[in-house]
Design a protein around this ligand. Structure first.
Ligand SMILES: Cc1cc2nc3c(=O)[nH]c(=O)nc-3n(C[C@H](O)[C@H](O)[C@H](O)COP(=O)(O)O)c2cc1C
Length: 176
């Protein structure tokens, strides 16, 4: 069974992107294992710390290395990715020559309240992940706009069309 790491670019408790990853965990559970990792405890990246990674950073990086791939669910902040997500990616890409994302399959999802569903942020994230030599899935794209309408008050995904789309995207990842 393939194992994937899932990273939400939002730290807030009621994050639509984290809800989306929780839906992915459920949908994919028969064919694969998805572990959502918490990036909120990673310190701010500092090159001085590269000689000996803080344990929380090393654990995070090890999980990516041991995985078959990474699923990102990113909000769009000011037409780009949130700083907390870039911080996590920068850590896992270092030190130079030991980039955890190299050759990993990467599926990028995103949910936002606005109509364009994180398209601009995802475009930035794809550029970063391609530079990091990961195998970014081009199709299907997954832009969830007006996302607050797609979840119930407990954060469960209730929109059937979105569920089907997510299932298709996960199948592509599993067979990638
Ligand atoms: C700092 C900041 C900047 C934002 N910029 C954008 C944006 O550029 N495009 C967009 O669609 N939504 C933007 N939003 C709204 C987010 O889409 C919305 O807060 C979303 O719910 C965040 O994802 P989350 O629910 O996973 O936390 C912004 C929100 C914040 C806090």
């Amino acid at each position: 069974m393939k194992k994937f790491i899932a990273i939400s670019g939002s730290l807030r408790k009621d994050s639509l992107n984290t809800h989306l990853l929780k839906a992915a965990v459920e949908i994919a559970s028969a064919d694969s294992q998805i572990e959502i990792v918490d990036i909120s405890r990673l310190p701010l990246f500092n090159e001085d710390l590269e000689t000996e990674f803080p344990k929380v950073v090393q654990d995070f990086k090890d999980k990516i290395v041991a995985s078959d791939g990474v699923i990102f669910a990113t909000p769009e902040y000011n037409r780009s990715i949130p700083g907390v997500l870039k911080n996590a990616i920068d850590w896992a890409s270092r030190p130079y020559g030991k980039n955890a994302f190299a050759k990993k399959s990467v599926l990028i999802l995103g949910a936002s309240g606005g109509p364009i569903g994180t398209a601009v942020a995802q475009s930035h994230l794809k550029q970063i992940m391609l530079y990091l030599d990961s195998r970014v899935i081009g199709q299907p794209e997954f832009y969830l706009g007006k996302a607050q309408e797609k979840f119930d008050k407990d954060g469960a995904l209730i929109d059937e069309q979105t569920k089907d789309h997510l299932k298709q995207a996960l199948e592509v990842l599993i067979n990638h």
